[in-house]
Design a protein around this ligand. Sequence first.
Ligand SMILES: Cc1ncc(COP(=O)(O)O)c(C=O)c1O
Length: 378
Amino acid sequence: MTLPYNFSPGPAMLPPEVLDQVRADLPEWHWHGVGQGASVMEVSHRGKAFEALIGEAEQDLRDLLSIPANYRVIFMQGGAWGQFAAVPMNLLRAGETADYLVSGGWSKSAVGEASKFGAVNVLASSENDGYTRVPARNEWKSTWTENGAAAPVQPGVQSPSYIYACSNETVYGNEIHSLPRNLPAPLVIDASSHFLSRPMDVSACGLIYAGAQKNIGPAGVTIIIVRDDLLDRAPKNIPSVFHYKHMADNRSLFNTPPVFAIYVTALTLKWIKAQGGLAAMERRAIARSSMLYDALDASRLFKAPVAKADRSRMNVVFDSGDADIDAAFVKFCDERGLKSLKGHRVRGGMRASLYNAMPVAGVEALVAAVREFEALRA
Ligand SMILES: Cc1ncc(COP(=O)(O)O)c(C=O)c1O
């Protein structure tokens, strides 16, 4: 892998081996060596080959995450924004609250969508700190008594239907490194921007979802992993394409699925397995991110503002405190083949997204650019 390096937050870089396979399959898709007479975009999703592909993708995902048998896997459309609505539509029961931890713009947006469907309780928010940290458990304004497992709800207070958190806030660059436990309701996790970058204890969650376009594939498919006892909660009057039980019972083939996105995702899952699985992805993620954070912590010009314990391994946010210097650095990097480092428009500064496909050499090149730029301005 050589320059340019793509630090885009998503859609983001895919492994070159996956892109090579896609290129080879484009004129005619070969499924386990058998030509299908057309590209994957041109064959029926109800054909044997595509049904086998989606089944294998699910099995590879189950193997990678050690998903327990009582969890279902669903491939949906509508992106993570679709899930901001689908989660409360399916899981928020009348007379209960949905309790949200707000650690960045995505969890805040999820609160906004959930509020359209029922009562939302914000457990805690780090907005006043510019989302430079994940709120600690002792800051939660819980509707239940925090004294251990399944603590009773206080008299007269609504109990939560579920407890929601975003485990990696892509824009502000914070990550929940250890999922909360001993909760009185199922934990729902938006894992979009660090999904499959590390092992994850699925059994600690009632539901996990992730849009594919950061670590595992192109935009267009969202993966949902849901504990089967939660499937019966949904009222009948919600749209079929967002009804978890309906979609799961139809093996994600109720209507035409995003075939190309699922196909590329299936290839990426095989790539992750071949690389050594999630333990290997995690080792690489730690190596890449610590190299960059170390360089930023040693820098006199740039700062990484997120609290050390909450720093994201996937999205490294930093700035100089001066918008002109930041813009000059983004341009300096761009001219050296280090692409898409501009921070999100609401955050400013820089953001280096270091997903699974980013080679260590890309981070070494970025660290060299940080040092060179700083030396030029000294
Ligand atoms: C953590 C997280 N959640 C939700 C979203 C929204 O995803 P989408 O635009 O696919 O709906 C994003 C997008 O970047 C994200 O990073």
